[in-house]
Design a protein. Structure first.
Length: 301
């Protein structure tokens, strides 16, 4: 009797810890019927994927809460900037640059985007591959698409693209349940959301797959290609710090750093970076990190 009671307790604990099934959810059925017809996908094959979502409810809650309170909203400019432009990230960036220079140079030549911008992007997004995300991408997007607190339509679109990518890429299909992401479903070294993955991922080493998770050729090439498609122009500026408060507010960022008021004028390539992440802190930090990296590289050469 004692072991029976313990057994039932463990069953009940398991039920309470793990997320509900979406397999029988009519919302999922309607969603899959729509995209199956639209993209010629196998309805039953995709529905069966939903049987395998068994992730702790605490993770689901964590994912949803993160979308409501991202770092860009929590941190001041000073704290945000210092989180990314610091000796550790610059040193790691130079190591990454040195170890992958042939691929980076190839991407720069083919897509016309500076190596420093590509390296800075991967540095901000994943600390050069050290943090590819701690959530599994499929359940993450399912939670956000059907039970999230904000932007459900957006996340359903990302879930749609995720299933398309799975259908088109053999590697992705084989590893589908092992692929991790950020709390918003961004994947790989450059943290591409599924829509960007579908639109901008390139097979940069011509092996027949677009693998942005553990193939640096594809990851680097895809980041550079993204900026090219977004309109990067080497003849244009990104941003410059002004010495005094400008009369016009157009294209000006008003920031505070260590009690000092800063005024930054932004240009064409600043808007290009914001196509990658539509946040002023992100775009300016990425640019300033790229400058530090370029300066360090000039000392080497």
């Amino acid at each position: 009797m004692k072991y029976c009671i313990v057994g039932w307790f463990l069953v009940l604990l398991s039920i309470s810890l793990y997320a509900e099934t979406y397999y029988t959810d009519p919302r999922v059925a309607d969603f899959l019927k729509e995209i199956s017809k639209k993209h010629n996908l196998d309805y039953q094959e995709n529905l069966n994927l939903f049987k395998k979502i068994k992730i702790r409810k605490s993770e689901k809650k964590q994912v949803i809460n993160h979308t409501l309170n991202p770092a860009e909203k929590r941190l001041s400019w000073e704290r945000y900037y210092l989180s990314f432009v610091n000796p550790a990230r610059i040193e790691a960036g130079m190591d990454f640059w040195r170890e992958n220079e042939p691929i980076l140079k190839k991407a720069e030549k083919e897509f016309g985007v500076p190596v420093s911008i590509v390296v800075a992007t991967i540095g901000l997004e994943t600390f050069y591959g050290r943090n590819l995300g701690k959530f599994y991408v499929f359940p993450t997007l399912v939670w956000l698409a059907f039970d999230g607190s904000v932007r459900k339509k957006f996340y359903r679109k990302q879930l749609e693209y995720l299933l398309i990518i799975r259908n088109e890429n053999p590697w992705f299909k084989n590893e589908f349940f092992k692929i991790k992401s950020s709390y918003s479903g961004a994947m790989g070294w450059g943290q591409f959301i599924p829509q960007s993955y579908k639109s901008f991922a390139v097979d940069f080493n011509f092996d027949g797959d677009k693998n942005l998770i553990n193939d640096l050729h594809d990851a680097i090439g895809s980041v550079a290609y993204y900026y090219k498609r977004a309109g990067w122009n080497n003849e244009k500026k990104v941003a410059e710090k002004l010495k005094r408060k400008p009369k016009s507010k157009k294209n000006i960022l008003f920031l505070e750093y260590k009690k000092e008021k800063q005024y930054w004028k932004t240009y064409h390539n600043f808007k290009v970076i914001k196509r990658y992440n539509n946040n002023n802190f992100y775009a300016l930090t990425l640019y300033l990190l790229s400058v530090e990296l370029a300066n360090e590289q000039s000392k080497v050469n």
